[in-house]
Design a protein around this ligand. Structure first.
Ligand code: ZN
Ligand code: ZN
Length: 216
C-alpha cells in the first residue's frame, strides 16, 4: 500500500530573499517549508496553512507567488480533477535548494489511484482508479499537495480545522513520519476521511513529536 498523501511546489519567493531563513529551537535547526498556491487560493486559507506549519511543525513558512496548476496533472476520468502524484512530482522538480519542503495548496479537486496489498488497483476499480482525496504526501518528501475542495464550506471553523490537519499530516509524511496508531494523533491512518480527521487532534502525539526531533 502506498504510504499516503503528498506534495511538491514551484519557486518564486513572493516575500523571499536568497538567504535561507532559520529559527532556532532548543538548538535544533527548524525546517523551512514553502507554501505554493496553485491557482486562485484565498488569503485566509494561506494564512491558516502558514499558522499550522509554524505552530505544529515549528518550521519557518515561506509563501511563494501563485502559479497555475501544470496542465499535465489534469485528468477527466470521472470528473475534472488534477492528479496529486503528478502535482507532487512537479512541485519537487521546482523546489529550490533553499527550502526543505514545499506544499502545494489548491482549490481544485485532486485525485490518486488506490492500490490493494498486492499492488493491483483496489476494487471496485472504477472507483479507485481516480479517487478524490484531500491531500497526498510521500514519506521522505520533499513535496506534498493539499486541496480544499472536499474539506467543507471554505469559511467555517470546521473547514479551517480540517485544512490545518491535512496540511500538518501531509508534511508529517514528508518529514518521514508513517501513520500513527494513536487515534488522537494527526498522523493517524485515514485522517484523509472526514470522520476520522474530525476526531484527531490538530497536532502530533508525543511519540511522533519525538520522531520528528530525532530525524532532524
Ligand atoms: Zn497519511
Ligand atoms: Zn502520533
Amino acid at each position: 500500500m502506498r504510504s499516503a498523501i503528498a506534495c511538491i511546489a514551484f519557486f518564486l519567493a513572493a516575500c523571499g530573499t536568497n538567504e535561507r531563513p532559520r529559527q532556532q529551537n532548543s538548538g535544533v535547526e527548524a525546517p523551512v517549508i514553502a507554501i505554493q498556491p496553485l491557482g486562485e487560493v484565498p488569503t485566509a486559507v494561506l494564512d491558516s496553512v502558514r499558522a499550522a506549519i509554524s505552530r505544529e511543525h515549528g518550521a519557518t513558512a515561506l509563501l511563494f507567488a501563485r502559479r497555475n496548476l501544470p496542465p499535465q496533472a489534469y485528468i477527466n476520468v470521472r470528473t475534472p480533477r488534477h492528479r496529486a502524484d503528478t502535482l507532487i512530482a512537479w512541485l519537487g522538480s521546482i523546489k529550490p535548494d533553499s527550502v526543505d519542503f514545499v506544499i502545494g495548496i489548491t482549490q481544485q479537486d485532486i485525485s490518486t489511484t488506490k492500490y490493494d496489498s498486492n499492488g493491483a488497483i483496489k476494487e471496485p476499480a472504477w472507483k479507485y482508479r481516480d479517487f478524490g482525496i484531500f491531500g497526498l504526501g510521500y514519506v521522505g518528501g520533499p513535496s506534498c499537495v493539499v486541496s480544499t475542495s472536499r474539506l467543507g464550506d471554505g469559511k467555517s471553523v470546521l473547514f479551517f480545522d480540517r485544512l490545518k490537519k491535512v496540511v500538518v499530516h501531509e508534511l508529517g509524511h514528508d518529514r518521514k513520519l508513517p501513520h500513527c496508531p494513536n487515534l488522537s494523533c494527526v498522523m493517524r491512518d485515514a485522517v484523509e476521511r472526514l470522520s476520522s480527521m474530525d476526531e484527531a487532534d490538530p497536532g502530533f502525539c508525543g511519540e511522533c513529536t519525538a520522531r520528528l526531533r530525532s530525524s532532524q
